[in-house]
Write a protein of this length. Structure first.
Length: 134
């Protein structure tokens, strides 16, 4: 029962982060437009950065739930290994996405990195809206 509440809360936070990324992405586009630099590379780069940040959070949640399931099954060491591998895999995936985006020439690197940098701020905003259940 508590596991279901945790998953619902995580999906709620994922929604908050996704909405926050979309708002920040819109502000990013407005900023580039005001600078006269809004072009296709910026649009694609910002979208790639925002989607990468959202995917990172989703995969983190999946890893945490898998680790918690292992710990509840009586194998906390395997749960810890799952968390460590999940973190390593997520970082590698983000690096690969960023390198491909940057090297392809289709994405503006700054527009790709800004949504990832704002991700931590959005995590704090998600914490602010977290429901306190007892």
């Amino acid at each position: 029962m508590n596991d279901m509440n945790d998953k619902q809360q995580t999906y709620r936070e994922l929604l908050i982060i996704a909405l926050g990324e979309l708002i920040c992405l819109g502000l990013l586009y407005v900023g580039f437009a005001l600078l006269g630099k809004l072009e296709g590379k910026v649009l694609l780069g910002g979208a790639v950065g925002a989607l990468t940040a959202i995917l990172n959070y989703f995969l983190m949640a999946v890893g945490v739930f898998a680790a918690a399931d292992r710990a509840r099954a009586g194998d906390p060491a395997k749960g810890k290994r799952i968390l460590n591998l999940s973190m390593l895999g997520r970082y590698l995936l983000m690096i690969v996405i960023l390198i491909i985006g940057a090297k392809s020439g289709y994405c503006d690197v700054i527009a790709m990195v800004i949504p990832l940098a704002l991700f931590r701020v959005l995590i704090y905003v998600g914490e602010f809206f977290r429901r306190k259940d007892g």
